[in-house]
Design a protein around this ligand. Structure first.
Ligand SMILES: [Zn+2]
Length: 251
């Protein structure tokens, strides 16, 4: 999970809300069925999130993503409509896009590897679940080099005043340590290690090499980010932070 910056609410959504101002419009019943509205929402979310799932950081595309409501739609009332609240919407992975690197024809995969919307299972945030919109710019997660497991980065959490228990709770609630994600992240960690080895001649400062590789992966930050952005950021250590500072990374 990385920080998400949101652009302003799409015009299509503003107009839809204005048109139905006196009634409580339901996402599932009305909004999600209007294809121009849904597609404007999906494309803005995917572009804001630079093409990665707000929770697990796998690749998402406009056609292969779900609109996730951080506070579930069931919590909406006549006074407070979470269904159409732009700040409550995130794009998360959806099969088969989320398993693009595996055999998408294997009908067992959706059952074996539920995607993020399913993993969260309409959990009502109670302060412990981290919201990608409210994360600090710095990295709250680290990874186990041996198997790709995601863990809280205790030192960074402390620096940012975020309880380690909340980070742990978020990992658990969103199912971020299912075998599928661990395996994919492990492959990314190994790929980065190979890249670092390739440039390492025993003379160049390792941070300079990390920064060079980070610039290849993250570029100028204007285009989509590679999937597992946070894993790559962790694997490239200080070089990644130096590069992100250079490109004024803010989410
Ligand atoms: Zn996901």
């Amino acid at each position: 999970m990385k920080k998400v910056l949101k652009s302003p609410e799409p015009d299509e959504l503003t107009k839809y809300k204005q048109r139905y101002t006196s009634q409580l419009r339901k996402w599932g019943k009305h909004a999600s069925k209007k294809s121009d509205l849904k597609s404007a929402i999906q494309s803005t979310l995917v572009s804001d999130q630079k093409g990665i799932c707000a929770y697990c950081e796998t690749r998402i595309r406009e056609k292969f993503c779900s609109v996730e409501h951080f506070i579930p739609c069931e919590q909406s009332t006549r006074e407070r409509n979470y269904d159409l609240d732009w700040q409550n919407m995130l794009a998360v992975c959806k099969l088969p896009g989320a398993i693009e690197d595996e055999n998408v024809d294997n009908s067992q995969l959706p059952h074996k590897y539920p995607c993020c919307g399913k993993a969260k299972d309409n959990f009502v945030p109670d302060g412990r679940l981290l919201n990608p919109l409210e994360l600090p710019v710095s990295r709250l997660f680290r990874f186990k080099r041996e198997d790709g497991e995601i863990l809280p980065d205790k030192a960074n959490c402390e620096k940012e005043g975020i309880p380690v228990a909340s980070v742990q709770f978020t990992i658990q609630t969103l199912g971020l340590n299912v075998e599928r994600l661990k395996t994919l992240r492990l492959a990314v960690i190994r790929e980065i290690d190979e890249e670092l080895d390739f440039y390492d001649d025993g003379i160049i400062d390792p941070t300079v090499i990390e920064k060079q590789v980070a610039s290849e992966y993250f570029d100028n930050g204007k285009e989509n980010y590679p999937r597992f952005f946070t894993t790559i950021r962790w694997a490239l250590s200080k070089g990644a932070e130096d590069h992100l500072l250079d490109i004024s990374y803010s989410g």
